[in-house]
Ligand binder design. Structure first.
Ligand code: NDP
Length: 250
C-alpha cells in the first residue's frame, strides 16, 4: 500500500476508542488521511489523538458521540464538517458482541447489540451521507464471520451482522449513481476488548480460549484491509472482504 495513499482524504471511524477502530484510525492517519475518531469514551479518544497528532499527513480530531443517538451523530457530523471540512469515508465499526444462549433471555443485551451494531450503523450513515455523496465517498461496514456463519451463543450477534450484510448490499446499489462505494468487511477472531463485555463467565472464557487456539488476528490486520479498500482508484469498488485467522475453522 503506498504510504500516502489517503493523502487529502477525511476518514470518520466509529468505535475508534479501542481495537479495530483505533487501529484503523492509526492506519488511515499513517496513509496520509485526516481522521475523526468517534466513540463514547472521550478520554480514550483524547489520548489516541494526542498520540497521533503530528505523525500522519492530516489532522486528527476526537468526536465524543454515541451511535445509538441520532442527535449525537448530527452534532458529530457538524463538528467534522466544521473542523475537517468534508467526509470522504465513513467506517461503521462500533459494535458489541454479547454472546449468550438464546434461552438465557438476555433481552437487554439483545437490544443493545441491535441498537449499536445495526441501528448505530444506519444512523451514522444517515448523518454523514450528504457529505459522502458530495463528490463520491466510501462506506465501510465492519460485519463479522458471524454475519455468514451462525453458531450456538451467537444468535442475536449474528442476526445484527447478517442484517448489516443485507443492508450494505442494497445501499451499495442505491448509491452507485452518487459514486459512493460500499465495502463489507467480515473479520474472524481479532484480539481486542470485544469479548470482555460478555456477561456469561463460561462463554467469555470459551471465547477467550478460542482467540488463543486460533492465534487470533491483530486489529492492524483488519485496519490494513480497510485502508486497502478505500485507497483504490474510483473505478474500483471492493465489495466484500472476509478475513479469518489461518487456524480458524468456522
Ligand atoms: P472493541 O470492544 O475493542 O471496540 C468496540 C468499539 O465500539 C469501542 O471503541 C467502543 O467505544 C465502540 N462503541 C460501543 N458502543 C458504542 C456506542 N453506543 N457509540 C459509539 N461507539 C460505541 O472491539 P472490536 O474492535 O473487536 O470491535 C469493532 C467491530 O469489529 C465491532 O463491530 C465487532 O462486532 C467487529 N468484529 C470484531 C471481531 C473480533 O474478534 N474482535 C470479529 C468480527 C467483527 P466506546 O465504548 O468508547 O463508545
Amino acid at each position: 500500500m503506498p504510504e500516502e495513499s489517503l493523502q487529502g482524504r477525511v476518514v470518520v471511524i466509529t468505535g475508534a476508542s479501542s481495537g479495530i477502530g483505533e487501529a484503523t484510525a492509526r492506519a488511515a492517519s499513517a496513509a496520509g488521511a485526516s481522521v475523526a475518531l468517534l466513540a463514547r469514551r472521550a478520554d480514550r479518544l483524547r489520548d489516541i489523538t494526542a498520540d497521533l497528532e503530528g505523525k500522519g499527513g492530516g489532522r486528527v480530531i476526537a468526536v465524543a458521540a454515541d451511535v445509538t443517538d441520532e442527535h449525537s451523530l448530527t452534532r458529530a457530523a457538524k463538528q467534522v464538517s466544521e473542523e475537517l471540512g468534508r467526509c470522504d469515508a465513513l467506517v461503521n465499526n462500533a459494535g458489541q458482541m454479547l454472546l449468550s444462549r438464546f434461552e438465557a433471555s438476555k433481552v437487554d443485551e439483545w437490544r443493545r447489540m441491535i441498537e449499536i451494531n445495526l441501528v448505530g450503523a444506519l444512523l451514522a450513515t444517515d448523518a454523514f451521507l450528504p457529505a459522502l455523496r458530495d463528490g463520491g465517498g466510501d462506506i465501510v461496514n465492519i460485519s463479522s464471520v458471524a454475519g455468514r456463519k451462525a453458531r450456538p451463543t451467537s444468535s442475536v450477534y449474528s442476526a445484527t451482522k447478517w442484517a448489516i450484510g443485507g443492508w450494505s448490499e442494497a445501499v451499495r446499489q442505491e448509491l452507485i449513481a452518487d459514486r459512493v462505494r460500499v465495502t463489507l468487511v467480515e473479520p474472524g477472531a481479532v484480539r481486542t476488548e470485544l469479548a470482555e463485555h460478555i456477561s456469561d463467565d463460561s462463554i467469555r472464557e470459551t471465547t477467550r480460549a478460542m482467540y488463543d487456539t486460533t492465534d487470533a488476528l491483530h486489529p492492524d490486520d483488519i485496519a490494513g484491509a480497510v485502508v486497502y479498500a478505500i485507497s483504490q482508484p474510483p473505478r474500483v469498488s471492493i465489495n466484500e472482504i472476509l478475513i479469518r485467522p489461518t487456524l480458524q475453522e468456522y
